[in-house]
Design a binder for this molecule. Structure first.
Ligand SMILES: [Zn+2]
Length: 246
């Protein structure tokens, strides 16, 4: 099907984007406003359902690395599972993906869930169980919470200033954790699934330090008010953790 650009968002696109970009959270509201004022300027590089919003007349950039994910949600109807992803704004463009997939029989009832609604101490939006939450503070004494759901094997970090829950890819985070705790044994260090399978093996302070280190490379929390790392108190922990798996 040929498509001409620029075009307006369809009603369905507008509904889904508005849902994952709630207006009561400043970090999402800023992107939501762009969905009102910009047009769909081009397809993205990731196939069906991937588009780029931009002001009219913009030549869009489809060459730079994809920005990080800002918002993510899933609509399950029982037979179709629709994922909605919005990426961080890059200059004057905002990229989103709305992708329909066959559902794998997990949702008996239609439902939708999104990370955009999560608040610290509440249940995981996807599975309804409590994630582990690791509380951190910034220099400006704001709250930052790393949430880890062992059931869905997902991580995200809540920023109290923007209200945004940023998804955190497990592989990169886990390699920071291994480097922070000094684990080099490949049977442990190369198996990120152990983060979830052996969650109690990791102390909050180690998880927090790993996040702070991760954040210096893949900024989720802006550096103008840096997240504070707990002081290192347990230098032997990494070696002990490694021994545990021998
Ligand atoms: Zn979950």
């Amino acid at each position: 099907m040929s498509e001409s650009f620029p075009r307006k968002l369809t009603d369905r696109e507008m509904d889904l984007l508005s849902w994952v970009l709630p207006e009561d959270r400043p970090g999402y509201a800023a992107a939501r406003m762009l969905t009102r004022s910009w047009s769909v300027a081009a397809r993205g590089r990731r196939g069906d359902g991937n588009y780029i919003l931009a002001p009219e007349g913009t030549v869009v950039d489809v060459v730079s690395p994809l920005p990080q994910v800002l918002a993510y949600g899933v609509v399950e109807t029982g037979t179709i599972s629709t994922s909605v992803t919005v990426r961080e704004r890059m200059d004057v463009q905002l990229e989103f993906e709305i992708v329909d997939n066959p559902a794998f029989g997990t949702a008996a009832e239609p439902r939708r869930w999104s990370y955009s609604t999560w608040l610290p101490s509440s249940v995981c939006p996807q599975c309804g169980r409590f994630p582990r939450d690791v509380r951190m503070s910034t220099e400006g004494n704001r709250l930052v919470v790393l949430a880890i759901c062992m059931y869905d094997r997902r991580l995200w970090v809540f920023d109290d200033r923007s209200g945004v829950n940023h998804p955190v890819p497990v592989t990169n985070f886990y390699s920071e954790l291994m480097s922070q705790t000094g684990v080099r044994d490949p049977r442990v260090a190369l198996r990120p699934e152990l983060l979830f399978e052996q969650m109690s093996a990791h102390a909050d302070d180690d998880l927090a330090r790993a996040f702070v280190s991760y954040n210096t490379r893949h900024a989720k929390i802006p550096a103008d008010d840096p997240v504070l790392a707990p002081e290192s108190r347990r230098p032997l922990f990494g070696r002990l953790f490694s021994l545990f798996y021998h």
